[in-house]
Design a protein around this ligand. Structure first.
Ligand SMILES: *Cc1c(COP(=O)(O)O)cnc(C)c1O
Length: 391
């Protein structure tokens, strides 16, 4: 027996496990510790009423032989895919075919699985800092990675690769930096991909947080993007489905590689290895697009964004150098006094009992930066800021 040795090339421990260990140690040493987490990127608000109502109705469907549902169609139910096409694309002037949408159990799975349809010899470009899934799943598959630095100097938006790469991962609004990309800059990536026979995997998990009207919500707003881009969406960060699990990928039929349609390859992968998101969860997803659902989603997102604004403005006033937070639930701050992200982590944990995420955890270029999230309650966000102001 032999293991997949590429797994040994992964970094030793997962970022959040490291953080959890430090927090656990602090709690053991300070039994009365009142720790506030502005760390992990998980939502905290309960599911909205229209979503809960849809779940209940769908559960009732499952209890009756006349409405019971077994396996879902391979690409997901049409009732959900038609809503996706209508609301996320048609309203923005983007025409997609219903068979270009693949419903899944979330964007993390899609981010991790999509690489399977590409050859091992492809060169993969990922931003640095980066959501670890893109890099790690390609390391597990034994691919060569190229890092695209996201620095203060380029507004934390990478330059197009200088060398020939085959697959490019982009995520905007960005986790961890909270920064966005302009349509002109995104078009440059699309043009690069067309010219270099590359594919872009565009993670739009935070699309709902865009407030600036000039910022693109979809890569398909760019000229020619359907020929080179796959887009990934999640119901987690907009509608709070982190525990329910639902997402979708878009693989346009025009997107071809070696003369083969990637849509057909992805369908093959999907139908061979996956039996679909649960019926009741797809019904809950449908409810996100109802009038009430849209209203509730907007309300939840705007409440998180009030926290983001409070953190951004609060830290700015305290003299911190802050980025992001305007079109995303993440604030990216420069650590004071050239501290490392981990040293700043320890300072915040021990002196303010606030947990954030060291930039180093997202890549080399994250060194000396720190991520705070807007997902805590308003009360805890304010309390955390108050404590940080007293450091
Ligand atoms: C949270 C997150 C996702 C994962 O979302 P799920 O749908 O819950 O799997 C994907 N991409 C980024 C960048 C994220 O931050």
């Amino acid at each position: 027996m032999k293991i997949n040795k590429d797994y040994l090339n992964l970094q030793e421990s997962y970022l959040f496990a490291d953080i959890a260990a430090r927090v656990r140690k602090h709690k053991e040493e300070h039994l009365d510790a009142d720790i506030i987490s502005l760390g992990i990127g998980d939502v905290t608000k309960p599911l909205s009423k229209p979503v809960i109502d849809a779940l209940n109705l769908a559960v009732a469907d499952m209890a009756d032989a006349k409405t019971f549902k077994g396996y879902a169609p391979d690409r997901g139910y049409e009732f959900l895919r038609s809503k996706i096409i209508e609301n996320d694309y048609k309203k923005r002037g983007i025409d997609l075919d219903i068979d270009e949408i693949f419903v899944s159990d979330g964007a993390k799975s899609d981010c991790g699985n999509i690489q399977e349809i590409f050859d091992k010899d492809n060169v993969v470009a990922v931003p640095d800092p980066v959501y670890p899934v893109y890099a790690d799943t390609n390391i597990m598959a034994g691919r060569k990675l190229v890092y695209l630095p996201c620095l203060k100097e380029n507004g934390f938006v990478p330059e197009i690769p200088k060398e020939k790469v085959d697959i490019i991962y982009l995520c905007f609004p960005n986790n961890p930096t909270g920064m966005v990309i302009t349509i002109d800059k995104l078009q440059k990536f699309v043009d690069y991909a067309i010219k270099n026979d590359a594919v872009i995997i565009y993670d739009a998990a935070y699309e709902a947080y865009i407030t600036d009207v000039t910022i693109p919500h979809s890569i398909y707003e760019c000229e020619g993007a359907k020929r080179v881009a796959i887009e990934l969406h999640s119901f987690s960060k907009n509608a709070g489905f982190t525990g329910l699990r639902l997402g979708y990928s878009v693989v346009p039929k025009e997107l071809k590689c070696d003369g083969v349609s990637l849509n057909s390859l992805w369908l093959r992968r999907h139908s061979t290895k996956y039996n679909g998101a649960p019926y009741i969860v797809q019904r809950a997803g449908e409810a996100v697009y109802s009038l009430e659902g849209i209203k509730e989603t907007k309300r939840q997102v705007s409440e998180y964004m009030e926290n983001a604004k409070a953190i951004y403005e609060g830290l700015s006033k305290m003299g911190y150098e802050v980025y992001g937070g305007k079109n995303a639930p993440y604030i990216w701050l420069k650590t004071p006094d050239k501290m490392s992200g981990w040293d700043f982590f320890d300072l915040l944990l021990t002196k303010a009992q606030v947990v954030g995420t060291p930039g180093e955890g997202f890549g080399k270029c994250g060194a000396g930066f720190f991520r705070l999230t807007a997902f805590a309650s308003k009360e805890n966000t304010e309390k955390a800021l108050d404590r940080i102001s007293k450091l």
